[in-house]
Design a protein around this ligand. Structure first.
Ligand SMILES: NC(=O)C1=CN([C@@H]2O[C@H](COP(=O)(O)OP(=O)(O)OC[C@H]3O[C@@H](n4cnc5c(N)ncnc54)[C@H](O)[C@@H]3O)[C@@H](O)[C@H]2O)C=CC1
Ligand SMILES: O=C(O)C(=O)Cc1ccc(O)cc1
Length: 360
């Protein structure tokens, strides 16, 4: 059962449907529920105060995919109705819902708070994808009271969605996501907020860097204010540390001396070092891929032909991005491949007429 048929709830439902599970869906927003049902995520849970289907008994597992502040009341209500054997939620903060669930007298033996570390900057069931959780981590924060079978049921859900369950204490989880997810969201929003009201000439100079730094700033402010206020102190700690670095950098740049520049360079070097610690694809060690840059005309079928050529050359594409050339019918496709495969791919593409300027 999935309560809250938005981006995350519907994505979990779709993933479980692919594994052959029966899914019942609920949402207080009738339009969201209808869309999730239409997408094949499951059937609508009948209205009412009692169990979902008195004949069939409670669901094996209920996933509460509602905003953080709504988790505990939704859990209390679902447990009162006896909707499921085991409950989890997927909120981006973990200590708050657990504390509130305890205060409301919920059955903590059957509740394992969790958090899939995957998402999108769009909300609602229309943005849902069955493959959203593939290769991602999924944090489990069982309270001391949680029954081992309940923990195993939620770990099995994570695995069935293609994710890797990781057990972590709720407070530790919240400090970690403040650093790796919540504070970055605010920093991204602060950079993007500078762009309101600027003229088109300025925006026309924007490159991929600005798009990368501001991608997550497109997220739903109503959801994010709930996440940030629900994890306020750990997020504030990180923001203060970032703000200090920024203030020091600004004052060094105003200073203008050569010595000041070396201190700014120290921050950039620390940035390189931090960035290189982010795990690579499938959560493995960060890998250094080579990038093959191909100039592509803006024509139908172009990307498909390039990908096919890579397949013919036996080269696995690890990642791709496109650098658009504003005002010109061209773009630069950046293909990340294993370093030993770069030359082979470049030769294959050149032999088929594409321009690959970078590699000899
Ligand atoms: N958006 C993201 O990238 C990620 C979000 N999360 C967490 O997942 C949860 C859901 O987020 P999204 O799916 O992104 O939001 P969403 O806005 O797409 O979906 C939330 C759904 O919950 C429904 N809802 C709200 N209160 C309800 C209630 N009391 N009873 C029943 N339905 C209710 C809303 O109508 C909406 O359809 C949040 O707790 C969020 O922190 C976790 C990982 C990633
Ligand atoms: O968009 C991205 O890259 C994300 O990392 C999304 C995300 C948002 C909120 C979460 O609690 C977890 C993941």
């Amino acid at each position: 059962m999935v309560i809250g048929a938005g981006l995350i709830g519907t994505s979990i439902a779709l993933a479980m449907r692919e594994r052959g599970a029966e899914v019942q869906l609920a949402d207080r927003d009738a339009a969201a529920l209808a869309m999730a049902v239409e997408l094949g995520a499951g059937t609508a849970l009948p209205d009412g105060d009692g169990p979902a289907d008195p004949g069939a008994g409670p669901a094996d597992l209920a996933v509460l995919a509602v905003p953080p502040a709504a988790v505990a009341v939704t859990l209390a209500d679902a447990q009162k109705r006896g909707l499921a054997e085991v409950y989890t939620d997927v909120a981006s903060v973990k200590a708050l819902p657990l504390r509130q669930a305890r205060d409301l007298g919920c059955d903590l033996g059957a509740y394992v708070p969790s958090h899939p570390m995957a998402g999108r900057e769009r909300s609602g069931p229309a943005a849902a994808r069955a493959d959203l959780f593939l290769g991602r981590s999924w944090a489990l924060c069982p309270p001391a009271e949680a029954a081992p079978e309940a923990v195993e049921a939620v770990a099995a859900l994570a695995r069935a969605c293609g994710a890797e369950p990781i057990t972590v204490d709720a407070e530790e989880h919240d400090r970690a996501v403040a650093l790796v997810s919540h504070a970055p969201h605010v920093v991204s929003a602060a950079v993007a907020a500078r762009l309101t009201g600027v003229d088109d000439t300025t925006l026309g100079l924007a490159g991929q860097g600005l798009r990368d730094v501001t991608r997550i700033a497109a997220g739903d402010p109503r959801l994010w204010i709930g996440i940030l206020t629900g994890n306020a102190a750990p997020v504030a700690d990180v923001l203060e540390a970032v703000a200090t670095d920024l203030a020091v950098a600004a004052s060094l740049l105003r200073d203008g001396s050569e010595e000041a520049a070396t201190h700014v360079a120290d921050l950039l070097l620390r940035g390189n070092a931090g960035r290189s610690r982010i795990p690579g694809k499938h959560g493995g060690a960060p890998s250094a891929y080579a990038t093959v840059q191909v100039v592509i005309p803006d024509r139908p079928g172009e990307l498909a032909m390039i990908f096919q050529a890579a397949g013919v050359a036996g080269v696995n594409i690890e990642d791709v991005s496109i650098e658009h050339s504003p005002g010109r019918p061209l773009g630069v496709l950046e293909i990340s491949v294993k370093p030993e495969a770069a030359q082979k791919l470049a030769e294959e593409l050149r032999s088929r007429g594409w321009s690959v300027p970078g590699l000899a």
